[in-house]
Design a protein around this ligand. Structure first.
Ligand SMILES: NC(=O)c1ccc[n+]([C@@H]2O[C@H](COP(=O)([O-])OP(=O)(O)OC[C@H]3O[C@@H](n4cnc5c(N)ncnc54)[C@H](O)[C@@H]3O)[C@@H](O)[C@H]2O)c1
Length: 425
């Protein structure tokens, strides 16, 4: 798929958007910006050229690592077992089918769900699931399912993850782990559900398997970098004056009035925050953040669904190593785009330490968002098969996500220093 050839699902979406006053041409052009980090429909599993925006630039998230031809080199099977997985969510990004569960030799996709019957049927077809459920809540009750992959809208992740854990399922959740005004309460409940159930919980932080981040993780774990003195991470993505569609629970549509409208950048901090947390396993402990008034009408001076005035937020964190980390999120800044970051330690990078990402099973490609999709799925499935801690476990997931949520609170108070609640298994 490319920007000129929307899927039938996206055609429906475009019709919805047209009903909401956005022109088809405007939407397709918007897709350049909108697709930027969003992993647009079905692209993740495709072997085609990276999609480009209206200016001919490759959309962020699709730049490199897609379908690495050497991904399976050196792979060895760890088990003959097939984990029975149920997949939820086939919205704007069609993420339910974009993470290669259907290709993994140790997975049987037994069921699929989306609240919208059309999207549910399309997801079931894309992942080869024989069973469908009208909701994730119903699917979670299926005793045959061992693990749930949650690719629904961000505000629903924690509630569905907690429910699945309480039903004895392993859970892999799209980012963020917790969301919005209820994030701190959800964090407590999610942490307790993971602890009590003993099941695996992983957040699909795509930056964790960016090649550069993973290489630095290997350096850090080998002690090559010493302590990280300073790190920085960014998620720059100009949504444009029309904003970005997302699921709207009020009417079931994916539309501009959905959960992404006037989203505080620091409620979605994970791709940037991984450039400290997923490299070191260290923690953000305190934060001071500032925001700038959003450029576009949807912010409306803070009179919006999220009561958020900011289109750009920058957070300065103290880290558990005694270092400093600067994390930025922006939906309106010009000449800035990408999910990226840097770390600087006490010691230099050691070229003798290999930092390659692990091999993937045949058929599981690395995929979009810097070649991360297949790696995340393989890591989650291996964590179940081998009883290992997943790469982005609940402690990391909550520190990154809550770090952002508290940063937004700080920005609303003009940069007041605030402590970040800590959760460790
Ligand atoms: N780089 C990344 O990691 C990255 C990139 C893009 C999106 N995402 C995340 O992926 C997720 C999906 O994104 P999207 O843009 O496709 O979302 P979306 O808002 O467009 O769609 C969400 C879908 O979930 C379905 N849904 C909601 N509640 C459900 C329930 N209880 N049971 C079954 N289905 C339900 C909706 O019907 C809808 O089709 C989001 O959480 C987003 O944050 C991550």
């Amino acid at each position: 798929m490319n920007n000129e050839e929307p899927s039938s699902e996206n055609n429906n979406l475009i019709e919805n958007l047209e009903q909401n006053g956005l022109s088809r041409r405007g939407f397709l052009h918007g897709m350049g910006g909108l697709g930027a980090m969003l992993g647009m429909g079905g692209l993740a599993g495709s072997a085609g050229a990276a999609p480009k925006d209206a200016d001919g630039k490759v959309i962020p998230g699709f730049e490199k690592g897609q379908n690495d031809p050497n991904a399976a080199k050196g792979w060895q099977s760890v088990s003959d077992r097939k984990v029975k997985v149920g997949i939820a969510g086939y919205g704007l990004c069609q993420f339910g089918a974009a993470f290669f569960y259907q290709n993994h030799p140790n997975v049987e996709v037994v069921a699929a769900t989306d609240l919208d019957p059309g999207r549910c049927a399309a997801l079931a077809q894309a992942v080869g699931a024989k069973k469908t459920y009208p909701s994730c809540e119903e699917m979670i009750k299926d005793k045959n399912i061992e693990a749930i992959y949650i690719a629904t809208d961000a505000p629903s992740h924690a509630r569905l993850a907690i429910m699945a854990l309480e039903h004895g399922k392993h859970v892999c959740s799209a980012v963020p782990a917790v969301f919005g005004f209820q994030a701190e309460d959800e964090a407590e409940k999610l942490f307790n559900a993971v602890k009590k159930s003993g099941m695996k919980y992983m957040m699909n932080e795509t930056s964790a398997f960016h090649a550069d981040l993973y290489a630095k993780r290997m350096q850090f774990q080998a002690g090559a970098l010493g302590k990280i003195i300073y790190s920085e991470g960014e998620y720059w993505h100009d949504f444009g004056p029309n904003g970005l569609p997302g699921y709207n629970p009020k009417n079931g549509k994916i539309e501009l009035d959905g959960w992404r409208k006037a989203l505080p950048p620091m409620w979605y901090p994970t791709h940037a925050a991984a450039y400290y947390v997923s490299i070191t396993g260290g923690r953000f402990t305190e934060v001071s953040a500032l925001g700038t008034p959003g450029l576009y009408p949807e912010y409306n001076g803070g009179d919006n669904q999220h009561k958020n005035p900011f289109g750009t937020e920058i957070a300065l964190f103290k880290t558990s190593e005694g270092g400093i980390s600067r994390i930025g999120g922006s939906w309106d800044m010009k000449d800035a785009h990408g999910e990226q970051g840097r770390v600087h330690g006490q010691k230099p990078h050691n070229n003798a330490i290999k930092g390659d990402r692990p091999p993937l099973p045949p058929g599981v490609n690395s995929g979009d968002h810097g070649g991360s999709h297949g790696h995340l799925t393989n890591n989650f499935i291996e964590s179940i098969l081998l009883d290992k801690t997943p790469i982005v476990h609940v402690g990391d997931a909550l520190n990154m996500t809550l770090g952002g949520v508290i940063a937004h609170k700080s920005a609303l108070k003009g940069g007041e220093w605030m402590k970040i609640p800590q959760y460790e298994l």
